[in-house]
Design a protein around this ligand. Sequence first.
Ligand SMILES: [Zn+2]
Length: 273
Amino acid sequence: MVIRKGYFDFDNIPRFSCPCCGTGQLRFEKDTLISRLPAWIRKFPEYSDNFNEHGEKDVDQTDIFENYKGEVIASFFLQCDHVFCKEAVVVSGLLKNELETEYDVSDGSIWENDVKNFYPTSFCPTVQLFKIPKKTPEKVKTELIYSFSLYWISPPACGNAIRVAVERLMDEKEIPTVKTSEKGKETPLTLHQRIEKFGEDFEELSGLLLAIKWIGNDASHTSDLYQSDVVLAYEFFERCLVELYEESKIKRLKNSAHEINTEKKPISKIRKA
Ligand SMILES: [Zn+2]
């Protein structure tokens, strides 16, 4: 997973993979950052020398930022660092001035750091939060990418979308959607039942998919599902896709060795021919 929270340190932007080429990494283009104060801060004066009858100074914008409550509405571009791609991704969201506490276990000391956290609301085009194996069926991939776009703004909606991706995975694995009784009567199978059926061939993976289903179920009923729950669902999903669709390293090496031995020359020469 590229990220485990719904925000990141603006001075250490995670290395998202390029959504276009999948090879390059996205780099922050500093000169594209634009920002404006939200209305709730703009209504305060920049500086204030006014005091009320109790001797209290009117709140000004400097006070807000000095008390780590300052924020700006911001957008900026990331660009793929692959020389033949250079895809641009526009990001928008809230850049917040916050105070984070660090605890040093060795000597019990507590540090307070002034950090700038960025809370994204959108990436266009959508960035992948984990690497989807190349051979993953298109329908599963499409649902997962849709879920990545929801991750930032609504973990419950994201949880639901991941659940739909599991349904598409069951379709791809040709797990039936109905069961037929001896009398020929058809009754629909729930996702739970479909995953259990899938588990007849992939027992270990079905446990991971059932866990995703429970997270997705909860997402349908509550509005307080968190990014940390979704991150776990993604980790389960990634593991399943790697098992099902990613060629193992040893298999890949064996294939390359076989190709070289058959053609009796290096891969670069075989590809050129
Ligand atoms: Zn790229």
